[in-house]
Design a protein around this ligand. Structure first.
Ligand code: T4K
Length: 392
């Protein structure tokens, strides 16, 4: 074993990982089923525009979530944009900064100001108790993000939104297959939006879905997603092209068929990580509530540098040098990325928990390309890096 961090591949001699391990490596379902669906699409020559596979995908999602309406989209970002338009949000909308930049961009793209709110350090989701102080006469809505598939405090958010007459919408990009108080995510707020991007629990290569129990909103979104066409040659809304293609739906349906297997593998990996990382001082693994349904798609570490004597960034460098391509999601927070950094230069002061988490969070690989042996190696690299840091 090499001794110094100048030799970053500290396990180069003994425990080599030959292939790079990525966070977000897609889980692939049954290839034969996928190829047979692709052949069907080619035979049918129906490639997009609400074809039979998209309709089947929407129905399967609606059934799994237990929600009235599902509208499949080309991705979740456009899904959020459509939801925001359909809800007629304007002015300011309160969102967490600890999220993927798409949540903020979906608002700003429509000239709505995202007002960044701090998070609860336990759940990593928006802190409802910080919201009321941020409401102004221009505020029209709240977007909660179920980051990592960890549901927001939906009860508190619902109460606040009702009290102030604000629209409540959830970015559920990470939360397909998760539940809150026994009910599936997808049933809360006015609308929820899932992502089926390649890196997500269920993937359609690119894709998303808008789900709602509101008939009127669902009708409106269906039209807006297809340029606002209410029939051939008749446009009644300003719309966009948010449609999912048949190829994406074929991938999505195939992925859905392996959903139980994916969540079992993810859960097993989560338990292995818990076992292997347990007892390393200064490292904590984000804990999910096992009473709820969860897709366990993310392995989230927090590094306490005072205890480990190693910064998160140094550890990241060591992991990368050992072919473990860990990620710093969601560093540094939307408020510190352009254009928001320039628009709101003082926001940092209002978001101490977001700042703290952004500086110590690290995501590790999981999914079907990982197993217990690999997790043991990853944990051993982390343990050695910390031991070395303490002795140098
Ligand atoms: N809201 C939230 C909370 C989100 O996290 C996201 C997306 C959205 C909204 C918007 O959803 P979409 O519009 O995308 O449906 C990635 C994804 O592109 C993005 O979908 C995701 N969140 C975000 C958390 O991660 P990047 O910029 O980090 O992607 P990239 O290219 O660095 O890849 C991520 C990792 O996945 C790498 O480790 C490589 C690996 N990977 C990626 C792809 C595409 C693979 O192994 N195979 C692949 O095919 O954003």
């Amino acid at each position: 074993i090499k001794k110094h961090f100048t030799d970053l591949a500290i396990f180069g001699d003994t425990l080599t990982l030959n292939d790079k391990l990525y966070v977000g490596r897609p889980n692939i379902g049954n290839r034969d089923r996928l190829l047979s669906r692709i052949n069907d699409i080619l035979d049918r020559r129906w490639l997009t525009n609400h074809g039979p596979y998209v309709q089947e995908f929407e129905q399967r999602i609606a059934d799994l979530v237990g929600v009235k309406h599902c509208i499949a989209t080309c991705n979740a970002t456009v899904g959020l944009e459509l939801a925001i338009r359909a809800l007629e949000l304007k002015g300011e909308v309160i969102v967490p900064s600890f999220t993927f930049i798409a949540t903020a961009h979906a608002l700003q793209w429509q000239e709505i100001t995202p007002v960044f709110c701090d998070i609860d350090p336990q759940t990593h989701t928006i802190n409802p108790w910080r919201i009321e102080a941020m409401i102004t006469p221009r505020t029209t809505g709240i977007i909660g993000v179920h980051v990592w598939g960890q549901p927001c405090n939906i009860e508190a958010l619902t109460k606040i939104s009702q009290k102030h007459n604000l629209k409540l919408l959830f970015d559920a990009a990470h939360a397909f297959g998760c539940s809150y108080k026994g009910q599936m995510i997808g049933n809360f707020g006015e609308i929820e939006v899932f992502s089926f991007h390649a890196t997500k629990f269920i993937n359609s290569c690119e894709g998303g879905a808008i789900v709602t129990n509101n008939n009127e909103l669902a009708n409106k979104i269906r039209l807006m997603e297809n340029f606002g066409f209410a029939g051939m040659d008749n446009v009644i809304y300003i719309g966009t092209n948010g449609k999912m293609s048949e190829m994406s739906a074929a991938m999505g349906l195939t992925s859905l068929e392996s959903m139980d297997e994916f969540s079992e593998v993810n859960y097993r990996n989560y338990k292995y990580y818990q076992q292997e990382l347990g007892g390393i001082p200064g490292i904590s693994l984000f804990k999910f509530n096992e009473q709820e349904k969860c897709n366990y798609q993310y392995i989230i570490l927090e590094i306490d540098e005072l205890e480990t004597h190693i910064s998160r960034d140094k550890l990241l460098e060591i992991l990368h040098a050992n072919n473990i391509i860990a990620r710093r999601y969601f560093y540094p927070g939307c408020h510190r990325m352009e254009p928001y950094r320039s628009y709101f230069p003082h926001t940092r002061l209002l978001l101490p928990e977001t700042e703290k988490l952004g500086d110590c969070v690290l995501l590790l690989p999981t999914g079907t390309s990982i197993n217990q042996d690999i997790i043991r190696i990853i944990a051993q690299i982390i343990r050695t890096a910390i031991t070395e840091a303490k002795t140098t």
